[in-house]
Structure formats: structure tokens, C-alpha cells
Write a protein that binds this ligand. Structure first.
Ligand code: N01
Length: 543
């Protein structure tokens, strides 16, 4: 087989759209995928309770009018199974599988200086060369497996939420331990509690989580979205997080709002205590996330934090357990917001035990379970819900080397350095999708992905039309962009001194503490990308 024009690594939503878009441009494209099927995140994260925290009508492709008109979403916020079904439908509908090589884990991505080609090698020894390489490897795709003392000694079954097996995991009658209470843990815990005989939750940091919308999709609502998709996709382009927040008017009976609920106040400090409580009563605790000052003002943040804690105390019956669940040393807005279904209620069950690792640290994993400072807890199953080596993990794991054999790991030894999260100096014709320095994980992923792939597709088209052999950013442009990325993150709760999050790389021992995504908002970022193109690829060197 002839070498393709483009190799894409990853057949998640970015890889699928990349293949569709570039193939339609007349390019010969091959996708290499480690899994046995499409879906990326939604292929690997099959743990009980896995679902998306963005409404499905928004977290879906906008590139095909037919696709958005024909696909039915069964719930407002879809479960993993439905999103994976959607990914499979897209692969089949657009005949994408014929260019995807499954079970092909890329272990090296090397630039060949002389030929100006990228050579990709896979675990099973396949070698493929192409002029362009697109890393569509996802932002949360390398599971963080902490090295706990005695971790290898455990004789029971071990799972990671991010690598959940495809076969059914039978937890009936079993004593199950779960480490981690981030988005994955919070989603899994209520479901695991229903399946296991006993559930032990090992919590290092309590979490701020608000109840998720759990409504089934009504066909009238779906139809109203379908009728308005053009507007919705346009609104997404103008929203900070790539979400249209389109409000159906025909298919939804709006209840009359109380004064507090409809007040156009976006500062919590402008409300009296009574008004704050009334707002929570009418709109739920999630209303705390709608006040702007909560994200920018420490006093406002603490007011909201305390109201949030009050909510936990009112749900969890045992005051000691409730106290352990209260986040105390960081504020709302520091970490990725978590959504839940009956998380706090789950701790009222007799068969669920919360272990606060800050009070009673984990000493060792044993053959039979976990030993903390004050107890030996026997387990049949141990589940790690310990997150991911986010944003840079998958790129570094692919062993990318650029011009003159420079490893990406060396270029990024003090943190990721890239221009617009799209390209790196020294790595010509290699593109990253939703890479560090782009809105990425702070944006509706599908919107961010389509924008990146369109930009890359247009760029490759431009190079072809103008007989240009390679593109890469200048070091100056890269540096300037990173400074801007850091500048806009300063003063936000994301970078507050009390904050440790995977956005900052703080969850991985030894990882440089750098705020990786671009917090300046999707529209501003998109406009910058467009301006760069209008100025004939400003900040890039073309050769
Ligand atoms: O990972 P996390 P996640 N010993 O890093 C704990 C997306 N996502 O998989 O906070 C003990 O948030 C760690 O404790 P601490 C979403 O973007 C989305 O849950 O570091 N504990 C924390 O409690 C999300 O933000 C969806 O102190 C250890 C937990 O493990 C991102 O993925 C669903 C530990 C990790 O939380 C990551 O979420 C799922 C150790 N050695 C995921 N190491 C939705 O769409 C780590 N922890 C809803």
C-alpha cells in the first residue's frame, strides 16, 4: 500500500472527524487506533455510571445536517453506552472504518528530516510514513495509576475506571474498594453501591458536586433543537465554553420564576443571605455556579463554598460522615465541576463506608485489601478512579521526536510549549487536536474538535495549493502565546494558590505545575486562529 498523505493517531471523536474531513478534501488518510473499535474516551470509560456532563444535543457533531436530523438521543445528558453507539453510527454512516487500523498502539512518532516525513511505528511492528501527522489522542486518555505501597500485592480483581473492561464485571456479593472521588468516582460510587455487597470509598480530597439533569429526552424538545440547529451551532461559536445554552420555548413549559430566581444578579455578594437561600431552594445548589464573582473573588467564593457545605450537611444523615465529605481547603471553580446522581445520598446507605485518607492515611495495599492507619479493610475488588495524566500524557507517551531527533519530552521538560495548542516549533507538519494552550477541556469537546480539525484541514489544503512543503510555528510566536495563556489564567480560581488540579498537572508526581488549557474563552481563541490564517499563517514558518 502507498504511504498515506496523513496519519491520524486515535479514532475518538477527533480522529473520526479528522478522517471524514481530510478524506473529503481528497487526501489519503489512515487512522491508527489502540482500541479494537472507535469512540476514544467513550470506548475506554465503561465504568458503571459513566456519562457526559454536557447535554447531548450540544455534545454532538455539527458538520452534517443529515446526521443531526436523524440521530435520536434518549436522554438529555447521555450515558456512555449511547455516546459510544453514536460514535459507531458516525463511523458506519460515513464509511470510516475502512481507513482505521484497530488494535494498533503507536509507540514512536519520528520526524525524518531528509524526507520531511513522519514515521509512525506501532507496538506490533507496523511502520507507516506520511507528510502530515495529526495526534488525535485525547486529553484524558492516559490513566493515572498511582504507585501505592504494596500496590502489586493485592490478590483480588483490579480495575481502573479509565480502562474498564468490555466484559461485564460481576460485583454481586463482593467487597469493593474505590480510590478517588473526582468525576469518575462520583459517577461510579452510587452505581457500585447498588451492585456490591459492601462499598468502601477511599477519599483523599472531598469534592464539590452538583446534581446532574437526569431527564429523558422528550421528542418535542429534540425536534425543537433539530429545527434550530443552525442557530444553535452559531451560538456555540460565540460562547466561552462552546455551549449554545439554547433554551427551548415551544416544547418546554416554563414555570413562573420567583423574584430571586429570575433576578438578573450575577454576583452572589449582591444578594442577601435570605435571597441566596431562596435561589438555592428554587434552582438547586447548582445556582451557586452561575454567579460570576464566585470564580473571581475569594470572599464570594467562600460564601458559595459555605452554602454548598450546608447542602451536604442537609443530605448526609451521619454528621461525622457529612463533615468528611465537606471540601474545606479549596474553593468552587478550582477543579473541573463534577455532576452527580445521588452521590451524597449514597453515603446514607449501611453498605457504604467512607474512609477519609487525610484523617487515616493509606499505609499499604495488602494481599487482601487496604491497610489504613487505623484499620485493615478486606476487599475482593479494588477500583482506581484516580484520573488521568491529562493533556500532555498521551502526546508524551507516543514518543514523538522532531527535527534532529529532539524528543517532545525534552522540549516539554518544564511544561508544554505549543502555539495555539495546534503545533510545536521543531515538529513540522505535526498537529495536535485540542492540545495544551487551546480551550480544549474548558470547551464543549465536540465544538473544540471540529474547530481544530477544520483549521488543520484548511491549513493542509493551503499548503498543497501553494506548493508549501512544511509548516511549524516560530519560537517567538510559541513563547508569546504561552505568555498570553498564563496571563489570562492569573486571578482565576483555577490558579488560586489553594488549588491543585489536573488542569495544573498537580495530580501527577513530578509533572510541571502549569495551567495547561486556554481560559480566555473559545470565541476569543477561535477568532485568533482565524486572524492567524487571514494574516497568511502569522506566527508560523512555511517552507
Ligand atoms: O479524575 P480526577 P477523574 N491516592 O483527577 C484521587 C473528565 N470526566 O477520572 O483530588 C488517593 O478528577 C484524587 O484525589 P485528589 C472530567 O473532565 C468527565 O475523576 O488528587 N487518591 C481524586 O479524588 C474530569 O475532571 C466525566 O486528592 C488519589 C481522584 O483520584 C476528568 O475526566 C466523567 C490518588 C481523581 O480525580 C478526570 O476525572 C469522568 C492517590 N494516590 C471524567 N491519586 C463526565 O463527563 C489520585 N487520587 C461527567
Amino acid at each position: 500500500m502507498n504511504d498515506p498523505d496523513v496519519v491520524i493517531v486515535g479514532a475518538g471523536f477527533a480522529g473520526l472527524y479528522g478522517l471524514y474531513r481530510l478524506r473529503n478534501q481528497g487526501l489519503n488518510v489512515v487512522v491508527l487506533e489502540a482500541g479494537s473499535d472507535v469512540g476514544g474516551t467513550w470506548y475506554w470509560n465503561r465504568y458503571p455510571g459513566a456519562r457526559c456532563d454536557v447535554p447531548s444535543l450540544e455534545y454532538s457533531y455539527g458538520f452534517s445536517e443529515e446526521l443531526q436530523q436523524e440521530w435520536d438521543w434518549p436522554e438529555v445528558f447521555s450515558a456512555q453506552t449511547d455516546i459510544l453507539r453514536y460514535a459507531n453510527h458516525v463511523a458506519d454512516r460515513f464509511d470510516l472504518r475502512r481507513d482505521i487500523r484497530f488494535n494498533t498502539r503507536v509507540t514512536a512518532v519520528e520526524y525524518q528530516d531528509e524526507e520531511n516525513l513522519w514515521r509512525l511505528t506501532s507496538e506490533d511492528g507496523q511502520v507507516l510514513q506520511a507528510r502530515f501527522c495529526i495526534m488525535a489522542t485525547g486529553c484524558l486518555s492516559v490513566p493515572n495509576q498511582p504507585k501505592l505501597p504494596g500496590g502489586d500485592d493485592f490478590q483480588g480483581e483490579v480495575f481502573h475506571t479509565g480502562l474498564w473492561p468490555k466484559h461485564e464485571v460481576d460485583l454481586t456479593g463482593k467487597r469493593v474498594g474505590i480510590i478517588g472521588t473526582g468525576s469518575s468516582g462520583v459517577q461510579a460510587i452510587p452505581e457500585l453501591a447498588k451492585l456490591a455487597e459492601q462499598l468502601y470509598v477511599f477519599q483523599r480530597s472531598p469534592v464539590y458536586t452538583v446534581p446532574a439533569n437526569r431527564k429523558p429526552m422528550r421528542s418535542e424538545v429534540q425536534q425543537e433543537f433539530r429545527d434550530n440547529y443552525r442557530t444553535i451551532r452559531a451560538l456555540q461559536q460565540k460562547n466561552m465554553g462552546g455551549i449554545s445554552a439554547f433554551s427551548p420555548v415551544k416544547s418546554v413549559n416554563k414555570k413562573p420564576n420567583t423574584e430571586a430566581a429570575k433576578a438578573p444578579v450575577n454576583q452572589i455578594l449582591q444578594l442577601s443571605e435570605e435571597e441566596r437561600r431562596e435561589a438555592i431552594e428554587t434552582r438547586g445548589v447548582g445556582v451557586l455556579l452561575s454567579f460570576r464573582d464566585v470564580y473571581a473573588d475569594l470572599e464570594a467564593n467562600e460564601v458559595a463554598n459555605e452554602l454548598f457545605r450546608e447542602g451536604i450537611r442537609s443530605i448526609v444523615k451521619d454528621p461525622l460522615v457529612a463533615d468528611r465529605l465537606l471540601p474545606k481547603n479549596y474553593g468552587l471553580g478550582c477543579k473541573r465541576q463534577v455532576l452527580d446522581r445521588d452521590y451524597y445520598e449514597t453515603f446514607n446507605r449501611d453498605d457504604v463506608t467512607l474512609i477519609n485518607l487525610q484523617e487515616t492515611p493509606l499505609q499499604t495495599v495488602t494481599a487482601n485489601g487496604i491497610r489504613t492507619e487505623d484499620a485493615d479493610i478486606e476487599l475482593d475488588v479494588l477500583i482506581y478512579a484516580t484520573g488521568f495524566d491529562a493533556m500532555t500524557g498521551a502526546l508524551l507517551k507516543a514518543n514523538i521526536t522532531g527535527r534532529e531527533g529532539q524528543p517532545l519530552a525534552e522540549k516539554w521538560r518544564y511544561g508544554p510549549v505549543a502555539y495555539l495548542g495546534l503545533q510545536m516549533n521543531g515538529f513540522p507538519n505535526l498537529f495536535t487536536v485540542t492540545g495544551p494552550g487551546s480551550p480544549s477541556v474548558l470547551c464543549n469537546m465536540l465544538v473544540a474538535i471540529e474547530q481544530h480539525i477544520n483549521w488543520i484541514g484548511d491549513c493542509i489544503g493551503y499548503l498543497g495549493d501553494n506548493n508549501v512543503q512544511s509548516i511549524e510555528p516560530t519560537e517567538d510566536a510559541e513563547q508569546e502565546w504561552i505568555e498570553h495563556v498564563n496571563e489570562v489564567a492569573v486571578g482565576t480560581m483555577y490558579t488560586a494558590p489553594t488549588c491543585s488540579s489536573w488542569y495544573l498537572g498537580a495530580n501527577i508526581p513530578g509533572k510541571p505545575r502549569i495551567f495547561m488549557p486556554y481560559v480566555g474563552g473559545y470565541p476569543r481563541y477561535r477568532e485568533r486562529c482565524e486572524q492567524v490564517v487571514a494574516n497568511e499563517y502569522e506566527g508560523f514558518q512555511l517552507a
